[in-house]
Design a protein around this ligand. Structure first.
Ligand code: PLP
Length: 432
């Protein structure tokens, strides 16, 4: 199986974190997201321990909370002593209400409104990751009015092409994110930040993409960033204290995807950063990484119920479930791959070729194309889509006025609801 928290019992039932998925579906209703808290915590510890071991005690992983943002996840992050990255007031207030200490939050986004900036300063968000000069001036103005000095990192684009899918490729010079090193804009915004009296420049940030499996990408970007830090020190006498290398660590969606050894990868990157620091005679900056997907993706699963099975002789077969692009838009957006199984018949042969589609009124409402499932499946049977813990709940919509799914958290053999199922009344609540 693609993740160690997936097993099959003697009846052929799929177990997730050791628990019977079919009976969880019966208990909580369909469709449903499951999350494995033990695995989420284990991933946090892997990052934290490896970063401290290889980068030093002042290193810290930040959970990129856009991957899955709800109160319980921030409570877990607080307990695991993770930092977080947030990208909106909605994420900030969710973390705050969950009791997360916002001084450990890093506020991203390429377009923070004046209201966002004022709100984040008031709430005591520790760091802003500043994307561009317009934003830097706005933060300076708002911080000045509040007589506040705001810690920031500057988001730079090191000019790396990760060869991953274009829409999730963010480190290139022409990206909508950050200031490019190559064009001189990175240096210009650094000089500007150093000149502003309510801005406390702590260092630099980059994020080069998603679903990255090799350490080369992180090594190359860290080298470019360290060279930049060296150049800035030479020219401006300013030495960066922090270097944030972003997120993007890959996860397994399919059996054929490689398995990433996070600790080994961090060790390799640390070796490169340390030798670069020594070569440039720079003090080792406090390193930040921002894993999102690799903290929560394979800690999540979606369970559905089959509605209709349509066979078009000579063409193709469709299995429709009671969810779709409204709870998982990733196939529609990126053609993302997922593993789909029939959780109540894991020992049966999969010889029925089909596409798994949703209930939305849209031909692109596909969860996965060209898969095989057991031929015995019929209306009312359960379907499980694996590795849906990242960018599913957080990207869900009410398209077709379909209410969003609940999240059930599994921990040490127990289960509990952490996000309620939305009702149609909830969906209509702002309609006048
Ligand atoms: C999305 C994002 C991340 C997390 O990326 P993953 O692929 O989920 O690890 C980290 N940092 C920034 C700035 C991001 O935009």
């Amino acid at each position: 199986m693609i993740c160690k928290n997936l097993t099959v019992d003697e009846r052929g039932i799929l177990l997730f974190a050791g628990q019977d998925t079919v009976s969880l579906l019966r208990t909580y209703g369909s469709p449903l997201y499951l999350m494995d808290e033990d695995l989420i915590r284990e991933r946090c510890r892997t990052y934290r321990e490896a970063m401290k071991e290889y980068f030093g005690q002042d290193a810290l992983p930040l959970y990129a909370s856009k991957a899955a943002s709800f109160k319980e996840i921030y409570r877990i992050m607080k307990e695991e002593q993770m930092g977080i990255d947030v990208v909106s007031c909605g994420e900030i207030i969710t973390a705050h209400e969950a009791g997360f200490p916002l001084e450990q939050a890093y506020f991203h986004s390429n377009n923070k409104t004046d209201a966002d900036i004022a709100y984040a300063i008031e709430k005591g968000v520790g760091y802003f990751v500043v994307d561009n000069e317009d934003e830097l001036y706005a933060i300076e103005d708002i911080a000045a009015k509040k007589n506040h000095s705001q810690k920031i990192l500057l988001r730079l684009t090191p000019g790396i092409d990760t060869h991953t899918y274009e829409a999730v490729n963010t480190g290139k010079v022409d990206s909508k994110f950050g200031s490019a090193i190559e064009t001189g804009q990175a240096e210009a915004i650094t000089a500007l930040a150093l000149s502003l009296s309510h801005i406390d420049l702590r260092g630099f940030h980059c994020h080069v993409g998603s679903q990255v499996f090799d350490s080369d990408t992180f090594i190359r970007s860290s080298e470019i960033m360290m060279e930049f830090i060296g150049k800035i020190r030479e020219k401006y006498g300013y030495t960066a204290k922090e270097l944030d290398l972003g997120g993007g660590y890959g996860v397994r969606y399919l059996e054929t995807d490689p398995e990433l050894d996070i600790a080994a990868n961090i060790a390799e990157v640390a070796k490169a950063v340390k030798s670069q620091a020594a070569a440039l005679d720079l003090p080792m900056p406090a390193i930040r990484l921002e894993p999102g997907r690799s903290i929560v993706a394979d800690s999540g699963m979606t369970l559905y119920t089959i509605g209709t099975i349509k066979k078009i002789p000579g063409y193709k077969n469709y299995i429709s479930v009671d969810g779709g692009m409204s709870d998982n838009p990733r196939y529609a957006l990126y053609g993302s791959e997922y593993t789909v199984v029939a959780p109540d018949r894991m020992k049966e042969e999969c010889d029925f070729p089909c596409s798994l589609v949703g209930r939305c009124c849209e031909s692109g409402d596909i969860i996965q194309e060209n898969i095989t499932l057991p031929a015995s499946l019929k209306r009312g049977d359960p379907i499980a889509v694996l590795t849906t813990g990242a960018y599913n709940f957080s990207m869900a919509s009410n398209y077709n006025r379909i209410p969003r799914l609940p999240i059930v958290m599994l921990k040490g053999g127990t289960h509990r609801l952490v996000v309620k199922r939305e009702t149609i009344e909830d969906v209509m609540q702002n309609d006048l």
